[in-house]
Design a protein around this ligand. Structure first.
Ligand code: SF4
Length: 296
């Protein structure tokens, strides 16, 4: 169901000093991609709504509110992250067409941005993103977790397949944007095989991405119950293994150490950077002082 909500603030300050982005901008609440590991499920609690994947809220007047905020913004180097708790290019955006208006504002105010998506709808706005990337820092990323299409369709049912995501990223390498693959999360016994990770690294290299960011699966709050129910239904043989692996709510340290040995080996094998902040720093270094002055 599609619902409308009032947009009181468009930009939300990110409470994490280690991230290069200063603000989050979510044009929707909820996301129809339906990823089983989605960390944003908690965000519907504030709307008193349990159906994060089904009930999508459109923020009324988000473009108007954003322009007022961008006009007042003091530090023009502050990076805006699009879609911390939703995918800006999910199905609904096909008809809403909010993103082109948002991108036109970013071009007007030369606002640096990062976008992460699992949808090829982003290609509709290619020219606007290309234009912005020639004015300031733009980062385009896609989360890619698994190359086996049968398993992927169970884990991320409404997103485009992983091969298509690599194609999208490759297209953006012709812009001035930096391009990244987020291997997030690496899911124990589903996406953590050497073969799967090796293929992702290989295709990332082939697509000329600038960096690759891996991280392991966290199981907390609403995400924990949702993911464990999914396992019970689709991969029941893993249910007991997960209860042991995530004892106390955190992923077993030995498992993590072994996994990161493989990941480190792949970084060396394919000579890919893990650092996305450096790219932003280089791009913005000629602008006013920014948070990067305190990062290194
Ligand atoms: S694309 Fe992101 S926000 Fe949307 S369901 Fe998947 S993990 Fe959640």
């Amino acid at each position: 169901m599609i619902k409308q909500i009032e947009c009181k603030n468009a930009l939300h300050k990110i409470k994490n000093d280690y991230l290069p982005q200063t603000y989050d901008l979510n044009i929707f609440r909820g996301c129809s991609h339906g990823c089983k590991y989605c960390y944003a499920l908690y965000s519907h609690t504030y709307l008193d709504d349990k159906e994060y994947f089904e009930n999508i809220y459109v923020k009324k007047d988000v473009v108007k509110v954003l322009e007022i905020e961008l006009k007042k913004q003091k530090n023009k180097n502050d990076i805006v992250n699009l879609g911390g708790v939703t995918d800006s290019y999910q199905e609904l955006e096909k008809t809403q067409k909010i993103m082109p208006e948002i991108l036109k504002l970013f071009i007007k105010y030369k606002t640096p941005i990062t976008i992460s998506t699992k949808s090829d709808l982003i290609l509709r706005d290619y020219d606007l993103i290309d234009e912005l990337s020639r004015l300031t820092y733009v980062n385009i990323a896609s989360t890619i977790t698994i190359m086996d299409e049968t398993k992927r369709a169970k884990i991320e049912p409404n997103a485009v397949n992983s091969k298509r995501r690599f194609e999208i990223l490759k297209e953006f390498t012709a812009t001035n944007a930096s391009i990244g693959v987020h291997v997030m999360p690496i899911i124990p016994f589903l996406t953590d095989s050497y073969e799967n990770l090796d293929e992702i690294f290989y295709l990332a290299k082939l697509s000329n991405v600038h960096y690759l960011l891996p991280s392991t699966l966290n199981l907390r709050g609403k995400t924990r119950d949702y993911f464990l129910n999914f396992l019970k239904k689709d991969f029941p043989h893993l249910s007991q293994i997960y209860l042991k692996l995530y004892q106390g709510g955190v992923l077993n340290q030995n498992y993590k150490n072994n996994l990161y040995k493989i990941v480190d080996e792949l970084f060396k094998k394919y000579d890919i950077s893990v650092n996305s902040s450096k790219l932003a720093e280089q791009k913005l270094k000629n602008h006013e002082p920014s948070l990067f002055d305190n990062l290194y």
